[in-house]
Design a protein around this ligand. Structure first.
Ligand SMILES: [Fe+2]
Length: 264
């Protein structure tokens, strides 16, 4: 949801097929081959199992209709191709209608480990597996609906809820701390930063605290919120998120825990 990008999304042809070059398919192949072995012990079981359900190709970029077919069968979601970056209203509208907006370009080789914009590897590998989980899917839909009901000036506050869960969420499990956020599971660098280092701060998930916490999109996260179960997100689907935003605004935004630049 950042404002500018040096990438352009690829446009599907009249049959909905997206054409990738050999180099672009090679990038997917390298990214997925590198990332899957790194997930062991770092990513929650729900994600690992969902990855099996998705059954992504290893040698080429997946086509969006292939991904949508699996999501439709499980939770009724689908994937919608979008420009590299879209505005909040389009983003919330798609989520509220159980359509996951996916940028379709793939990163360049010199940004293998980290890029600010979401590419197809991040969108599909990172985001879509957990959309087969009914609790996670329901929360994401409720988030989109809250976005549509919120005033424009509250969009950036509500976006923090997505950032600290869907993008960069961690979960406490009986086997230890694991990740589920797409920004972590799709990034080799962030995965190590979040799970192997003692650099980031961890806080138990509290929606009001989350809504009061600013973030930066261009650095490894200095702070993560941890849930105990996806039930915490599911239960939030029935909460009045607009009132929570108002309360967060009344209590004000916390001081950032990082050098100030580009507060969201
Ligand atoms: Fe994302």
């Amino acid at each position: 949801m950042a404002k500018t990008s040096t990438y352009q999304s690829k446009i599907p042809d009249s049959k909905g097929f997206i054409h990738y070059s050999d180099e672009e398919n090679q990038m997917w192949s390298e990214l997925i081959s590198q990332q899957i072995p790194m997930l062991e012990g770092k990513v929650c079981n729900e994600f690992i199992q969902a990855l099996d359900v998705m059954n992504f190709p290893l040698d080429r970029n997946p086509q969006l209709h292939e991904v949508s077919r699996v999501l439709q069968k499980t939770t009724g979601w689908s994937v919608e191709p979008v420009a590299a970056l879209i505005d909040f209203t389009s983003f919330y509208t798609l989520l509220a209608n159980r359509k996951f907006p996916a940028a379709t370009f793939i990163r360049r080789r010199n940004e293998m480990d980290y890029l600010q914009e979401p590419d197809i590897f991040h969108e599909i590998f990172g985001h879509t597996p957990l959309l087969t989980d009914p609790r996670f899917a329901k929360f994401t839909e409720a988030f989109g609906k809250a976005g549509l009901a919120a005033n424009k000036q509250d969009h950036a506050i509500l976006a923090r809820l997505y950032w600290f869960t869907v993008e960069f969420g961690l979960i406490q499990t009986s086997q230890g701390l694991r990740s589920y956020g797409a920004g972590i599971v799709s990034s080799p660098g962030e995965l190590s930063h979040a799970l192997d280092s003692d650099i980031p701060m961890l806080k138990p998930f509290d929606p009001l605290e989350v809504l009061r916490t600013p973030y930066r999109i261009d650095i490894y996260q200095p702070l993560y919120f941890t849930i105990d179960s996806f039930d915490s997100l599911f239960e939030l689907s029935d909460r009045d998120l607009i009132s929570l935003i108002k309360e967060a605004r009344r209590l004000d935004t916390h001081e950032p825990t990082y050098p100030v630049k580009n507060i969201a």
